[in-house]
Design a protein around this ligand. Structure first.
Ligand code: NIG
Ligand code: FE
Length: 421
């Protein structure tokens, strides 16, 4: 490594940060010529200039560097920082009592029909102040960040009225400002029908489309529009209506699709070039070509599958056969996935859904980036990409999926700046 570090050279590659004596999981294997797993480079070097990756490659091929700061990776692994592309981490209350009911044999649908489920979190969220939502959301976000997550998607959807939906989106913005990490905000007012609109789902959807969505668009409060397309959520026709409205405002769409039944939401989402379709337990194989053609990401949420003790598996192998990008996320929420660990979601994706550890890591890096429309600047170690990085003291990247609660990052960088962890 001495050969690559040579200061005071006029023609040296100047950089702010140089990380050496490290193996790289670049995660850009899909575009590279070599089919090396994880896009791996053993004994690699990575340079950062002005917050971006300015050089990445094998130590043997590295130029001379003039670096302001050098980090000896001590033969650990450097990965892109992790991306959690589907969370509901802002909410009031807790659903621990519902957990007890489910253990007694009541189903998620039964609890929802009895006024529990999403609607019980809606009551608690409406009652929570901005400060309370910020404080509890921050705690959950910090749990994710402690594992090397530096980009997070956060949904609204526990307000179902404009003041509370707006408050949730505002708190998401405050969390980004407070932590310095990137947060993508998703407008999910079409999460459930609120109690005051019971049996009037279309009237509620009118409110969402005619009153809330214009505000979201005008004040730039969200990056995408989401929906729960399901028997206990919104129908195919209602979902289509919402997507058309979102499209008119130029907002990308995504959806909670085929979680409990096959409403053909994914196929509909593909018609609108959705960023992602998420859950997918009941997705039919015949609908995969449409997703592929639309370049829509399939987001797997094994935490919800696990917590609901679901037995119907998403068509995972078929997704890979159709070369659909597959992301993995926590779905962090109080009802179906009270899980603030993206590393655990990776482990679950392997053990419950049959992903390889490599597919799981791609699911929380390059493919999660694509699910958020960030594939051109995040989720890979590539020149020009943002220097959001994690250094792990592990022997192989499969460790990240294999071991539960055994690894924490050695060092995290956001835009090339070190974060205390
Ligand atoms: O992703 N499926 C709908 N939405 C959430 C659950 C939200 C809740 O139960 O509070 C999910 O699983
Ligand atoms: Fe969700």
């Amino acid at each position: 490594t001495d050969t690559v570090i040579n200061q005071n050279k006029a023609d040296a590659h100047r950089c702010d940060l140089l990380i050496h004596n490290v193996s790289l999981a670049t995660m850009d294997y899909e575009t590279s010529d070599s089919a090396s797993p994880y896009g791996q480079l053993e004994d690699g070097v990575l340079a950062v200039t002005a917050g971006r990756i300015s050089w990445v490659g094998a130590a043997a091929e590295a130029p001379e560097f003039d670096a302001i700061e050098q980090i000896d990776g001590q033969q650990g692994w450097l990965t892109p920082a992790l991306i959690d592309c589907h969370t509901h981490l802002i909410y009031g209350g807790s659903r621990a009592r519902e957990f007890e009911m489910r253990l007694q044999g009541y189903s998620y649908q039964e609890i929802s029909q009895q006024g529990g489920g999403i609607v019980s979190t809606v009551r608690a969220t409406r009652a929570a102040s901005e400060q309370e939502l910020f404080a509890s959301g921050l705690k959950r976000l910090q749990r994710l960040m402690a594992e090397g997550v530096t980009t997070v998607e956060i949904k609204s959807g526990y307000g179902l009225d404009w003041p509370t939906e707006q408050r949730m989106l505002k708190v998401a913005g405050q969390l980004a400002e407070h932590t310095g990490i990137e947060i993508k905000r998703t407008f999910l007012a079409a999460h459930a029908v609120p109690p005051e609109y019971k049996d009037r789902a279309d009237d509620y959807l009118d409110l969402v489309i005619n009153e809330m969505l214009p505000q979201v668009a005008e004040h730039n409060l969200a990056d995408a529009v989401d929906v729960f397309c399901e028997g206990i959520g919104f129908s195919h026709a209602q979902t289509e209506r919402l997507f058309k409205a979102a499209q008119q405002y130029g907002l990308p769409v995504k959806g909670h699709m085929e979680q409990l039944s096959d409403l053909k939401g994914s196929r509909l989402a593909a018609e609108f070039n959705a960023l992602s379709v998420d859950h997918l337990e009941y997705l039919a194989e015949e609908d995969l070509p449409a997703l592929k053609a639309a370049n829509t990401v399939a987001v797997l949420l094994p935490g919800a599958f696990y917590c609901l003790k679901e037995t119907k598996l998403p068509p995972v192998q078929a997704l890979f056969e159709h070369q659909i990008p597959v992301a993995v996320s926590t779905d962090l929420n109080p009802g179906t996935s009270p899980i603030a660990s993206l590393l655990l979601a990776m482990n679950q994706s392997c053990l419950l859904f049959g992903l390889t550890p490599e597919q799981a890591l791609a699911g929380v890096t390059c493919h999660a980036a694509q699910a958020l429309g960030l594939q051109d600047r995040k989720g890979q170690l590539q020149v020009g990409y943002q220097a959001d990085l994690v250094l792990w003291s592990i022997d192989h990247p499969s460790e990240l999926s294999y071991a539960i609660n055994m690894h924490q990052p050695q060092q995290i960088w956001v835009n090339g700046q070190p974060r205390l962890n």
